[in-house]
Design a protein around this ligand. Structure first.
Ligand SMILES: [Zn+2]
Length: 125
């Protein structure tokens, strides 16, 4: 399950950035998972649950993971039409040429994350 190492990488990046920005608690992480990215959303969530239980980082049981699915889309270089491919290598359904390119659906990236800074400042008054 390579989702485990992907999730570890996501959390490492978020954590690094959060520490720099003085964020002590991460509330929500949004990741974009393309339909052709070979990343299984279910496995990704399982991996996330595993890390939630570790309690050694900025994420806790209250942290949410939002998975944004990116549609698979390809364009035919012959007839210029767009279509939804099932695989990375796709035959154009319009002119049946193999000269096609994937234009979306291969992403795996962190879209954004939300966190809270320490509330010490507000309690100071
Ligand atoms: Zn075509």
């Amino acid at each position: 399950m390579h989702e485990m190492s992907l999730m570890a990488e996501v959390l490492r990046l978020v954590e690094e950035d959060a520490i720099e920005r003085g964020i002590v608690k991460v509330d929500r992480i949004s990741v974009i998972v393309g339909e052709l990215s070979n990343v299984l959303p279910d496995a990704l969530e399982l991996a996330f649950c595993y890390f939630q239980k570790q309690e050694c980082s900025l994420i806790s049981k209250k942290t949410e993971l939002a998975i944004i699915r990116e549609e698979a889309k390809a364009r035919c270089k012959e007839c210029r039409k767009e279509f939804a491919p099932d695989y990375r290598i796709a035959l154009c359904p319009h002119c049946h040429q193999l000269n096609t390119e994937i234009i979306s659906g291969e992403s795996f990236q962190i879209e954004s994350y939300e966190g809270s800074e320490s509330c010490e400042d507000n309690n100071g008054r």
